[in-house]
Write a protein that binds this ligand. Structure first.
Ligand SMILES: [Cu+2]
Length: 304
């Protein structure tokens, strides 16, 4: 009896805790309210199953407890019960999966007016590339990666010369402008994740993954890597600043193009920027040494 009561109290207590706990999702900053709805549906379906299964367990513990002389009945099959269980489970699984499939379809169906930019993941930093005045990103390949060309932009592609490279800075994006996020990794699996955007996607070496979103409020949000990607994974963080279009354009105008970055690499200015950026990140950055070593290895053409 006492066991049944404890199970029932734990069940009710955990449901109450879910509603009164101080932890909730961060305030959303993108158009993906549908992803929150999907999560709520998942919570609802799994919550109902959780309560029903545990109350049924408590009931069975109480109802079929040991009584002197009582004998258990053996009932290997019950067609009616099995039909009900299969039917309800099917409905539950459809309710769990179908909303996610619809939202996934929206998440990767990019609207025509979306502006493109690229996120480059590498152990253990984020870098970004925007199309230049021509509106086109140049082609890229890991085979082009050198110390001077860490993005691997194809130096022979005229579309890439005016590409805007953002290597030691926070990411800026304009408010209310749909953006298509192209994701590349030059070493291992990473995952671009901004909790307030309700958006994340794996970055897989050798292919370009993508999703889209529209920022709906200004602010500064953390970029996290959501894929365990090596010893510096914990420190693979960045910031994205959502601002009005004019402020965004002013910021973009200050960034270097691919052609300019090659010049700066030649005169040592980029190395200065790199060291300054690293020292800004502070002494707790345990990945510095390894990352710098990685950059040198890339300079020797050892990164594939
Ligand atoms: Cu990572």
């Amino acid at each position: 009896m006492i066991v049944a009561v404890v199970i029932a109290i734990l069940t009710v207590g955990s449901v109450v805790f879910h509603f009164v706990s101080p932890w909730s999702a961060t305030e959303i900053a993108s158009n993906w309210g549908n992803i929150d709805t999907t999560l709520s549906i998942t919570f609802l379906v799994t919550g109902i199953v959780y309560v029903v299964v545990l109350f049924f367990t408590a009931y069975c513990v109480w109802r079929f407890r040991h009584k002197p002389g009582a004998k258990a009945e053996y009932e290997p099959e019950n067609k009616k019960l099995e039909a009900w269980l299969i039917g309800l489970t099917t409905v539950g699984v459809i309710a769990l999966l179908a909303p996610g499939l619809f939202v996934w379809g929206q998440y990767v169906t990019v609207p025509d007016d979306a502006a493109e930019f690229e996120v480059l993941g590498k152990q253990w930093e984020w870098a970004y590339r925007f199309p230049g005045a021509d509106g086109l990103l140049g082609t890229s390949d890991v085979r082009h990666i050198t110390f001077e060309n860490p993005f691997g932009v194809n130096p022979d592609d005229p579309n890439g010369q005016d590409d805007i490279l953002v290597e030691f800075e926070d990411l800026h994006l304009p408010l209310d402008q749909p953006v298509k996020v192209l994701l590349r990794s030059i070493d291992v699996l990473h995952d671009f994740y901004v909790p307030e955007f309700r958006a994340k996607m794996d970055m897989v070496p050798g292919l370009v993954s993508f999703f889209w979103f529209t920022p709906i409020r200004t602010g500064t949000f953390d970029i996290l890597c959501a894929e365990l990607c090596g010893s510096g994974h914990y420190n693979m963080r960045g910031k994205v600043i959502i601002e009005e279009a004019a402020a965004y354009q002013a910021w973009l105008a200050e960034q270097v193009t691919f052609a300019q970055s090659l010049e700066q690499a030649g005169n040592g200015k980029r190395e200065e920027q790199r060291l300054a950026a690293r020292s800004r990140r502070g002494p707790e950055d345990g990945s510095n040494l390894i990352s710098r070593h990685g950059a040198r290895a890339a300079g020797r053409g050892n990164v594939r």
